[in-house]
Structures are given as C-alpha cells and as structure tokens.
Design a protein around this ligand. Structure first.
Ligand SMILES: C[S@@+](CC[C@H](N)C(=O)[O-])C[C@H]1O[C@@H](n2cnc3c(N)ncnc32)[C@H](O)[C@@H]1O
Length: 295
C-alpha cells in the first residue's frame, strides 16, 4: 500500500485514509473509546462557543481530540492532552516527535508478525521512544479484542488475537495524526493536575473510567490503579473547582444515581450510545449515558 494520501474530501480538504475515513482518526483501539458518541460531544463543544485551550486529561484513544483537529475546531491556543498511563502517552509523544521512525518499526513488526514475534514483543520494553510507541501500536492492533489491559505490575498481558490480516501499519493516518499532535502538549498525569493547567476560558473534556451500571459490569480497572467511587468524587470536586475558575467543562459517564448526585448542580443531558464492552448487564443495544456540562 502506498504511503502517500490518495484522495481528499472536497469539503474539508482532509485526506481520506483506509476504510474511507477522513484522517486523522484515532491511532489506537481503546476501551471506552468515544467514537460512537462523537456527534453528541461535538454538538456540546460547539455549544460552549469560543475557548482558549483544549484539555483532555483522560485521553485514551483520543477520539474527541482527533475529531476536533480534523474538523478545524481545535483552538489557536492548542491542546494539552494527558492520561495516567505512561505507555499510552509514549505512543502520542513518539508519533508526534518521530513519526517516520515509528512507521519504520511498524513496517518491521508487520513483516515479522507471528505468534512468536507477538509474545517476544510483549515481553520486551524498548528504550527509545519510537520503539516504545511502535510496540504499543503493534500489540494494540494484534492483541485479543484490541483491548488494552495491564496487570497489577503495569504489564501488558493481553494474549494474541486471532486476526487473519491485522492492519498493523497505517502510515497515512500516523502522519496525519502527527500533524494533530504537533498542536498538543503531551503529559503523563493524573486528572487532578488539570487544576494547575486549565485557565479561565479554557475547555476541559473529562472521559473517566465509567461508574459501573451494575456489579457484573464492573469495568473500572484500565490501568494498575483502579478508578472507584473515591476517584469519582474527587473528579466531581475538580469539576467544581474548574467551574469556579470559569473553565468550561464537559464530562461523560454512565447514567447512574452516583453521577446524578455528584453533578446535580450542573446540566446533565441523557444521550444514548451503543456500547460494545459490558456484553452482559444492560450492555446490549443502546445504553443511557450522561453528558455533564457547566455551560
Ligand atoms: C474511558 S477511557 C478514555 C477513552 C477516550 N475518551 C477515547 O475516546 O478513547 C479512560 C482513560 O482514563 C485513564 N485513567 C484512569 N485513571 C486515571 C487518572 N487517575 N487520571 C488520568 N487518567 C486516568 C485510563 O488510562 C483510560 O485511558
């Protein structure tokens, strides 16, 4: 497959990549990815009007960040993107700063891909940033279910998936994503640190690990540290602080009594999104989600 973008869309001028999608789209498949809620989220961003800088402190796959860049909505002030997971943030840093090196490594992984190669890569931790970024992208593209999962020691422990022809290298999109990432300050940080970075007039999008809708849908351990009720309460407090400081805040979560209690002073919209994780317990069909905003 040639590495140069092949086509552009007439309206935005954005190049079209694999799957007929306008680029850039997210680099990684990520648990809790917001692809399906994007129209609802973008509507709220538009509702907020102008803002200084865009912050996304639970970045994950960064669906909204890439969408805002793609649609020309990222403000001139740029973005600050962060997540508590250092392996994840190394991917974005690597793609931003060394995209051609990441592409070369992925080309190599693509050639060598086999069960032996997968497990060897899973056990190795490269020292250089491009190697770290390519490792996570490769594992994410080839692992079971494309679900990022770490054990208590912070080690990636997902077995290999059963894909006939996994799309390991998507060079066009990586180059377009690198352009989006040039606009961003990238950090590994827990969400509370947002209080040191968001200024009045900025916009913050919080997409935390969701409150489980039932016990069997407990899906709160994305990384080595879980995200329980204590963290949900601290997040609500953080939103109140930002609100006092005239920062515009949008937050997504499941529609549960805890969320209704924590955010009662703000506008809570109910939206419906088809959910793929949580195959049991209310996970089929459309699920109610809460979009909380202070604007
Ligand atoms: C629901 S996912 C975000 C999904 C993302 N919006 C997307 O579209 O792919 C939640 C993210 O929160 C991160 N996370 C968990 N605890 C955190 C914390 N205390 N501070 C910051 N990020 C955290 C996880 O690593 C995970 O990437």
């Amino acid at each position: 497959m040639p590495d140069l973008p092949r086509q552009q869309t007439p309206i935005t001028g954005n190049p079209i990549g694999r799957y007929g999608r306008e680029m850039p789209y997210p680099i990684l498949k990520w648990a809790g990815g917001k692809g399906r809620l994007l129209p609802e989220l973008v509507d709220r961003v538009d509702l907020a009007g102008q803002f200084g800088r865009y912050h996304e402190p639970f970045l994950g796959g960064g669906a909204l960040f890439f969408e805002l860049y793609r649609s020309g909505r990222l403000p001139a002030g740029g973005a600050r993107i962060s997540d508590a997971n250092p392996n994840l943030m190394a991917v974005y840093e690597g793609v931003r700063d060394e995209v051609e090196g990441v592409i070369r490594r992925l080309r190599m992984h693509s050639k060598l891909h086999s069960k032996e190669h997968y497990y060897a890569v899973r056990e190795r931790f490269p020292e250089d940033l491009r190697g770290q970024a390519a490792r996570i992208i490769y594992l994410n593209r080839t692992c079971y279910n494309g679900l990022y999962r770490e054990n208590k020691q912070g080690k990636f422990n997902t077995p290999m998936g059963d894909y006939k022809n996994p799309a390991i290298l998507d060079a066009d999109n990586l180059r377009e994503a690198a352009k989006a990432l040039q606009e961003a300050e990238i950090a590994t940080a827990s969400f509370e640190e947002i209080l040191n970075h968001a200024a009045p007039g900025d916009f913050v999008y919080f997409d935390p690990p969701y409150v489980p809708v039932s016990d069997s849908a407990n899906f709160t351990s994305y990384a080595k540290n879980g995200f329980g009720e204590r963290e949900q309460r601290l997040l609500a407090e953080t939103m109140r602080e930002l609100d006092k400081n005239c920062v515009k805040v949008l937050l997504s979560n499941s529609m549960t009594p805890l969320i209704q209690e924590l955010y009662q002073r703000f506008t809570v919209d109910t939206v419906y999104a088809p959910r793929l994780v949580n195959s049991k317990a209310g996970g089929r069909g459309n699920v109610e989600e809460a979009l909380v905003r202070n604007f």
